[in-house]
Ligand binder design. Structure first.
Ligand SMILES: *[C@@H]1O[C@H](CO)[C@@H](O)[C@H](O)[C@H]1NC(C)=O
Ligand SMILES: *[C@@H]1O[C@H](CO)[C@@H](O)[C@H](O)[C@H]1NC(C)=O
Length: 344
């Protein structure tokens, strides 16, 4: 009995000293996809002043919505096939496992804010389309046109280019009217066809944070795929696909070709692997490998963090993606640092 107790206390002592080696991973920490520095700084300022992981993720993602990071987040970017910009966002509380998400949100700029309102002010998890906008307006969010000169120009260029890409397969193209309407074709011909990699249309921000109390949160916000078929929703607002957080295991967030990635729930998979003992790097890589097995050239990356603030990222080597950049902010440097990982 007494030797058992001694053994346990000795172990505790060992783990305390080895979990916090000098100059390594520390808590709190916030990590986000892509080199979106201002978003990282906004999220970090919440954590460094003692704020919650949830507030950090919301503030960071909202920053990108205001700045429309890379044109892929917030209003005025990625117009769909009818020229309209629509937004998808999600936020997850890793303590309570509550999630709020919106998809195909129209006319409201602060999608992550609406996602948080879904989480905290309703019993629901995901609201979509016109009804999500009505909900947002009822909650005091301002309805505005999300179209800008930039999104109009992107739309006009696409019309001039005969509406390519239009993301359809197995349809009869009409040589005189390449912009549709399209007729379904019964013979499945294009199986295994590689999708066009386009870094500019896949740059969703995904963010994961761990606060000083050990609470984990994750969030995403995006305006989706440029020229998408109206109504298309990607991985970002889907729990376990775009992001996942569990304060007892860690968090992950994915970015890339959402149509493909959402079929594999990569963020959920990575968190479950960390729960089972995988370090963040192995968890990230396995989540990517699982997709790679079926879509060898998919465009995508994932960030992972475990409950001790250790983090990693992984990406699939594909046309247009040989390295992936992400931001890490913790007290080690006190400013967001740009990190790079080589894709495999
Ligand atoms: C948008 O375009 C219109 C007309 O083409 C122009 O009058 C307006 O100043 C532009 N707005 C911005 C913000 O550039
Ligand atoms: C987190 O990952 C690191 C390795 O990167 C590992 O040393 C640490 O023990 C892990 N923490 C937990 C709670 O599993």
């Amino acid at each position: 009995m007494s030797t058992g107790k001694m053994f346990i206390s000795h172990l505790c002592f060992l783990s305390l000293t080895s979990v916090f080696p000098l100059g390594r991973a520390s808590v709190p920490v916030v990590i986000n996809t892509w080199p979106f520095k201002d978003a990282a700084a906004a999220a970090w300022s919440v954590l460094r002043s003692g704020g919650s992981a949830l507030d950090s993720v919301e503030k960071g993602c909202a920053r990108c919505e205001i700045e429309h990071c890379d044109g892929s987040v917030g209003y005025g970017g990625s117009p769909d096939e009818s020229g309209e910009t629509t937004l998808d966002a999600m936020i997850m509380n890793g303590n309570t496992m509550e999630v709020g998400a919106v998809a195909d949100l129209r006319r409201i700029k602060n999608a992550i804010g609406v996602a948080r309102a879904v989480m905290e002010l309703t019993e629901h998890t995901l609201l979509v389309g016109e009804s999500a906008s009505v909900f947002a307006e009822n909650m005091g969010f301002i309805a505005e046109d999300l179209t800008t000169n930039n999104s109009v120009n992107i739309f006009l260029q696409w019309l001039k280019g005969n509406c390519q890409p239009n993301y359809r397969k197995n349809v009869f193209p009409d040589p005189s009217k390449t912009c549709g309407p399209y007729k379904p074709r019964t013979i499945l011909k294009q199986k295994g066809r590689t999708r066009q990699a386009n870094t500019r249309s896949h740059d969703t921000i995904g963010m994961i944070a761990l606060d000083k109390d050990g609470h984990v949160a994750a969030g995403t916000t995006t305006n989706g795929l440029t020229h998408k078929v109206p109504g298309r929703v990607g991985d970002s607002p889907i729990v376990g696909a775009g992001a996942y957080a569990d304060s007892s295991a860690g968090a992950a967030a994915a970015t890339g070709d959402g149509d493909v990635m959402m079929r594999f729930l990569p963020s959920y998979l990575a968190v479950e692997l960390m729960r089972a003992g995988a370090d963040p790097s192995a968890a990230c890589k396995t989540a990517i490998s699982r997709i790679k097995r079926h879509y060898s050239e998919f465009f995508g990356a994932i960030i992972c963090a475990n409950t001790t603030g250790h983090y990693a990222a992984a990406c699939n080597k594909a046309p247009g993606l040989s390295q992936f950049h992400y931001m890490v902010s913790n007290s080690e440097s006190d400013i967001p640092l740009l990190k790079t990982v080589d894709c495999f």
